[in-house]
Design a binder for this molecule. Structure first.
Ligand code: HEM
Length: 503
């Protein structure tokens, strides 16, 4: 933070203290119920200084234990944040009261200054557009649509296998290329190449979006009146930065959409999410408003799919190296059901229950989104004797639920067998209920994601053995990155062709 920023912080701290005072007075008179317990922090910034940079989900879980309650709350500047650390509160609030718990917290920097308030991840649930987006995504990514994409998923997975055969040590980049190749084809009918321009466009958009939405980075997110400061005012560098990002993001989102339109005009194009929706009856083009909706939806696909399936697949290959017995069992299932000389294809995925259990266990053991995405409650609410104030940010601690011993026995052990029912016990809860989010914001790509991941997993282990290097003395410790999408920190693994090693 530079000095001018600190100056603004000082000026607006005064406005802020005043508004916090007014807010708390209004709230006290509204109801006597307390907020859920939690750390208090300082009068101005709340717990901003205590916010963990690494693995915040673990800190939230430890605060929950400390305060003896699965629901905790704290304040960061003028925002109340409520964290739900157990399955009961998540179900009761985010699912059963989804009509009031499905909005997103406003990021003034991103939504307003960068003009990204219509993006699928950010659009308000109160905006009519949110319903329209969800409807399009449901149709465009549902069971039937995914089936139409089977041939292209098959082609892309063959490219993945080829890449791993050629340069197994570059496994991460082959997996990334596979995810990008799939989603670019599905969204725009575009075939990615090595060092691809479209991928660079999408990655730049993701990077800028990450900077503009970084929690705690932009004071304007906590003091929204700052957005009215003109960008020419000395020291308003953050505003100038936001405006530059606005222009860049607008350009970036235009690039692939315009490409599809040009291809359609030329008469030779590959059918895609965008092309189908632009000419729903095969002839007539949709109107400008509908076209804008399609553009925002397709733009959200890379953001939704790009890093998430990559995270799960990278976890998968590392966990297979650590658990050869699980890998072997999954390989035997594939060999028996699909055949030793056949490549697994999408229609056969449903016949592989053990592999499906391995995917569930990957999503549970190494959650892709440890705190999903934050929600916002749109009215004052009460729950379990607590006040949940309007506009509070609601975070579901998915990591805590996935490692809750009352739901998953031995939660820190990787064991796909937990999803079967040995000797009369019930199988343990399906973690997909938590891995893909909640209420009206739950992931619309779930079916599509599962198909692409199972296909990649089946093909990789049917063709390769994944192991730790033979000179490994001590098995590596598993660690994760701390972003919105969490990744296993890679350790050395070996990927070798399986041809002479099949059952
Ligand atoms: C391992 C794979 C994936 C996981 C674990 C995952 C998880 C999630 C989570 C946790 C959310 C937020 C839900 C909430 O706010 O409660 C979400 C939202 C979303 N996901 Fe996924 N996702 C995955 C793959 C995909 C794919 C492949 C696509 C698209 C092809 C996709 C598209 C989206 C979109 C558009 C949203 C925003 C929904 C909204 O705000 O209304 N996701 N996903």
């Amino acid at each position: 933070m530079d000095t001018s920023y600190l100056f603004y912080s000082g000026v607006f701290a005064i406005i802020f203290i005043f508004s916090v005072g007014v807010l708390s007075l209004a709230q006290t008179s509204q109801t006597r119920l307390p907020l859920p317990p939690g750390p208090k922090g300082s009068i101005i910034s709340g717990v901003a200084g205590l916010m963990p940079k690494l693995e915040p989900w673990k800190t939230y879980a430890s605060w929950s234990r400390h305060f003896g309650d699965p629901i905790i709350s704290f304040r960061v500047y003028n925002r109340i944040i409520v964290v739900l650390n157990d399955v009961t509160s998540v179900r009761n609030l985010l699912e059963k009261r989804a009509h009031i718990y499905s909005d997103r917290p406003v990021s003034w920097m991103y939504n307003t200054i960068c003009d990204r308030g219509k993006a699928i991840f950010n659009v308000s649930s109160l905006d009519e557009r949110h319903k329209q987006y969800r409807k399009l995504l449901k149709t465009g990514l549902g069971v039937r649509a995914t089936r139409d994409f089977w041939p292209l998923l098959q082609t892309e997975v063959e490219t993945l296998v080829e890449g791993l055969t050629r340069s197994p040590e570059k496994h991460e980049s082959h997996i990334r290329r596979n995810a990008a190749g799939v989603i670019m084809k599905v969204a725009f009918g575009y075939t990615v190449t090595e060092d691809d321009h479209f991928i660079k466009v999408a990655e730049e958009a993701a990077k800028v979006s990450g900077w503009a939405t970084a929690p705690g980075r932009w004071l304007v997110d906590y003091i929204p009146t700052m957005r009215f400061i003109p960008s020419w005012v000395p020291g308003a560098d953050w505003k100038r930065q936001g405006e530059a990002w606005r222009a860049r993001l607008r350009h970036l989102s235009h690039v692939p959409h315009q490409w599809v339109k040009d291809q359609m005009a030329s008469g030779t194009y590959i059918d895609s999410f965008t092309s189908r929706l632009l000419r729903p009856d095969g002839h007539q083009f949709v109107n400008a408003e509908q076209e804008d909706i399609i553009k925002w939806c397709a733009g959200g696909l890379y953001a939704g799919a790009g890093d998430t399936t990559v995270s799960a697949l990278i976890s998968f290959i590392h966990l297979m190296a650590l658990h050869p017995e699980v890998q072997r069992k999954a390989q035997i299932e594939i060999d028996d059901i699909i055949g030793v000389d056949q490549l697994p294809d999408p229609p056969k995925l449903g016949k592989l229950p053990y592999l499906a259990a391995v995917l569930k266990e990957v999503l549970r053991f190494a959650p892709v989104g440890n705190i999903a995405l934050p929600h916002r409650v749109i009215v004052d609410d009460e729950y379990a004797g607590y006040r949940i104030p309007k506009d509070a940010t609601i975070i579901a601690n998915v990591w805590a639920i996935m490692h809750d011993v009352s739901i998953y026995s031995e939660p820190f052990i990787f064991n796909p067998d937990r999803f079967f029912a040995p000797s009369g016990n019930d199988p343990q809860t399906d973690p997909r209920q938590f891995a893909f989010g909640f209420g009206h914001r739950s992931c619309p790509g779930i079916h599509f994601a599962e198909t692409t991941m199972l296909l990649a997993m089946a093909n990789v282990i049917s063709q390769f053995d994944i192991s730790l290097p033979s000179n490994t003395k001590v098995p590596p410790t598993i660690e994760y990155t701390s972003g919105i999408t969490s990744h296993i920190k890679p350790f050395d693994i070996q990927i070798t062709p399986r041809t002479n090693n099949k059952a």
